[in-house]
Ligand binder design. Structure first.
Ligand SMILES: N[C@@H](CCC(=O)N[C@@H](CS)C(=O)NCC(=O)O)C(=O)O
Length: 225
């Protein structure tokens, strides 16, 4: 029996939680799941008990507490996957690390204007120029990965890696907000949407009832799902 517990937020909205959860599920790592509903009066108190940054995700491995999505992915890779979470070749690994770090620290336009929402599908929204530039940047990164490093499989670097976990919520956002895609990036989003762990996460998200107003967009046209 594994001693791993992953603390996550609402599956419908919590894109950072999704990264750790999907990566562990995809790699068949057993863990207990603890869900803390975000944006309630008790959220801060509930999250403060882990001694982390009071955000999700948080991973507990026995007495060890690991927080922050990228750190959790790195820890799982090192401790449970023989460091196979990154591509094996140094240049591919450098690219995977660079773009995962960029995802972790950047793209505020995409994060703010296209909040992850597994329950809904939209079209015809107005994006800021900043978000448009970020979307083009992400598409270019995906295309480069698929063309230069993706020959051994359907994922960014062929074999599934930490980079795929980091960008999974963006793929869901592009699909959920009907962002025009073609070629390699469209095929990549199709792969993400067909991933069993993503399907499982999204189905659970759709069953959740909580509404977080700040993560609901108003100016987009909602499609029947
Ligand atoms: N840098 C953090 C970001 C985590 C984060 O912002 N999580 C949000 C939910 S997706 C959260 O816990 N919000 C709760 C709060 O701010 O009270 C990571 O990568 O894990």
């Amino acid at each position: 029996m594994s001693g791993l517990t992953l603390v996550i937020g609402n599956k419908n909205y919590s894109s950072w939680s999704l990264r750790a959860w999907v990566f562990m599920r995809h790699n068949e790592i057993e863990f207990q799941e603890r869900r803390v509903v975000l944006s309630t009066e008790t959220t801060a108190r509930e999250l403060s008990e882990y001694g982390s940054d009071s955000k999700v995700p948080v991973l507990m491995d026995g007495d060890l507490v690991v927080w922050d999505s990228l750190s959790i992915l790195e820890y799982i890779s090192e401790k449970y996957l023989g460091s196979n979470g990154w591509p094996h070749e140094a240049d591919a690994r450098a690219m995977a690390r660079s773009m995962s770090s960029e995802m972790h620290s950047s793209f505020p336009g995409v994060r703010n204007e296209l909040p992850m929402n597994c329950r809904k599908k939209f079209q015809n929204g107005q994006l800021s120029p900043k978000a448009e530039v970020e979307i083009e940047r992400i598409k270019a990164l995906w295309r480069k990965c698929r063309l230069e490093y993706g020959r051994d499989g359907e994922w960014l670097f062929g074999r599934y890696s930490i980079a795929d976990a980091m960008f999974a919520p963006v793929a869901l956002r592009f699909a959920g907000y009907s962002i025009p895609l073609d070629g390699a990036e469209e095929a990549y989003v199709t792969s993400v949407l067909a991933q069993p762990s993503i399907i499982e996460w999204m189905e659970a998200g759709k069953l959740e009832k909580e509404i977080i107003d700040e993560d609901e967009v108003e100016s987009w046209q909602e499609l029947a799902s």
